[in-house]
Every structure is written in structure tokens, then in C-alpha cells.
Design a protein around this ligand. Sequence first.
Ligand code: PHE
Length: 342
Amino acid sequence: MQTIRENALQEINEATTLEQLQQVRNTYLSKKGLVSSLMKQMKDLSNEEKPLFGQKVNELKNELEEAYQIKQAHLQQEALNQRLEKERIDITLPATPLKVGQLHPLMMVWRALEDIFREMGYNIVEGNDVDTDFYNFERANIPQDHPARDMQDTFYIDMEHLLRTHTTAIQTRALEMYAPHLPIKVVCPGKVYRKDDDDATHSHQFMQMEGLVVGMNITLADLKGTLELLVRSMFGQERVIRFRPSYFQFTEPSVEVDVSCHVCDGKGCSVCKQTGWIEILGAGMVHPAVLEMAGYESQEGLSGFAFGVGIERVAMLKYGVSDIRQFYTNDQRFLEQFKRFE
Ligand code: PHE
């Protein structure tokens, strides 16, 4: 018994891996192991000797089991330490730089415009890029065969459907949706399409944001105040605007809006072609026929204004981009420069 004890303790002590330790356990402590085999010698002992012998064998078994457990815990800890050491990550190594994206400059302007109007209590209404001739033209007071249709060369899908040529198509739908309720205060952003030849200032696809306010006693002065706020948020608090007479079928009177040049502060430079002014958007008082067609009965004092601003145009002026096609060719070297404006 003593020999078994010494050998077992020594082997447990010398085991350097969990596998080796398991081997030792099998040799001594398993059912067919050396300690169990001691029990078989019981039958050769006298009745007086048997209890003492049994007790000794049990004590040996417990002692070896405990030594095994302690050693096992020790080896497990050691194995874990080794693994942690092996899998250790050197966090001081320089990381591979991640490319972080950013909003497209047009999206930045789109959202900035939306924010300006949301703050003033406007709702945002969007529509479908494919719309009907009816909402794009007829409801905007541009009847079939009217020469004004030539101003906007249109992509037709069939006789009835087209790619909207202006966000005024959303305006006419918004009017119909709200009629006969007042007041209406909405902005309608979206893509528009025209059969233009692409060059530095034209694109067959671009974006507009339409503004529409209808209520009692809305005046041109309200329009002017609203647009002044718009250009000051986008181009600086010193900007002023001026109205020039213009013509649109869906507004009367109609105006072309100029903003004082933000590059030279109105003194004259290449951006404003030495005039001090930059043409920025079209606007006017909503034509009574447009209101009527949408379902508003004409009444004393009922009036509204509308404007349509080009998102690319604002972005080009704001960021000094001279070719509209840059917004659509997705050259990373171009796009990455807008990170600092986010
Ligand atoms: N729809 C006009 C255009 O695309 C812009 C506009 C909108 C003008 C609303 C007046 C009022 O040119």
C-alpha cells in the first residue's frame, strides 16, 4: 500500500500535461486500477483485520483523489494561461485604417434645406419619380399642346406616364391631398428629369425642392421673407435677395429670385459674372386656376406662394463646384472633400 501511495503521488507530481495526469488516474484510481485491486486482497485477511484494511485503502483512495484534483486544477490553470498568452493581442500595433463613409454632398444640402423648413413648421411630402402627364402638366395649368411644354423636354414612358420634369408635380398632388383644408405648409424634395444634353451646368437628372404655402392672405412679402431666411441659412446672414419678373404657368405673378453673391459679397466676381447677383430659384403666387383644379373654391383672401429650388444649384454655389456632372460620377477624390462639411 505504501509503495502504491508513493509511486502514485510521485507520478501525479511529475505529470506535466492533463493527458499524463489522466493516465496516472487510470492506473491507480479507475475501477481496474491498483487501489481497487488492493480491495481484492481483503478475502485473504482475517475478520479482525478486514475493517482496518478497508479503512486504510479508503484513506489512500481519498488522499490520491485529492492530490489528483489539486494537480488537475493546477494544470488546467496553466493550460489557460498558456492559451491566453498565445492569443494575446498587441493593441499597441497600428490598426488598418477603416474607410468611413459620409453623406453625399447633395444629400447634405437636401437635409439642410429640409431642416430649415421643418423648423418653420413645414411638413415634408414626397412623390413618385414616375408620374402622370396630368399632375406634372395639366394640374400645373400647362394644357396639352401648350408651347410651355417645350420649356421642359420630357421623358415620356407612354402617352400618359412620364418622368416628372419638376417637383411641381408633387405640389399639385399635395394640393389635391389637402383640399379643402387650410393652411398648407409643405416642402416637396425629389429627383426630376429632363431631356437635356449633359454639360457643366445641365443634367438630364437633377433634384429640386418645392415649397408650397396656401392660406388666408398669404402675400409676396411672405414669400420674400421665407426665401430670405432660406438663403441666409445656406449662404450666410449678410445675403439679400431680389425679385425679377418672370413667367411660369402655375404662378401669377411669377418671379426669378437672385441672391447677392456670397463669394464677392455683391462686388462682382467670376462666380456672379461681375453682376453681384446669382440667380437661384423660380417662385411666385400660386395661380388661382391651380388651386381651383385641386379642389379649392376661390374665396376672398385665399392665396398661396410656391417656389422651386435646385438642390445641385445650391450645392454648386455653396461648395464652389463648377461642373454638375461631378455629383454623379462618384469619384471618391471629389466626394471625400465634403467630409469636413458634415
Ligand atoms: N417648376 C419650376 C421649374 O422647375 C420652378 C417653380 C416652382 C417656379 C414653383 C415657381 C413655383 O422651373
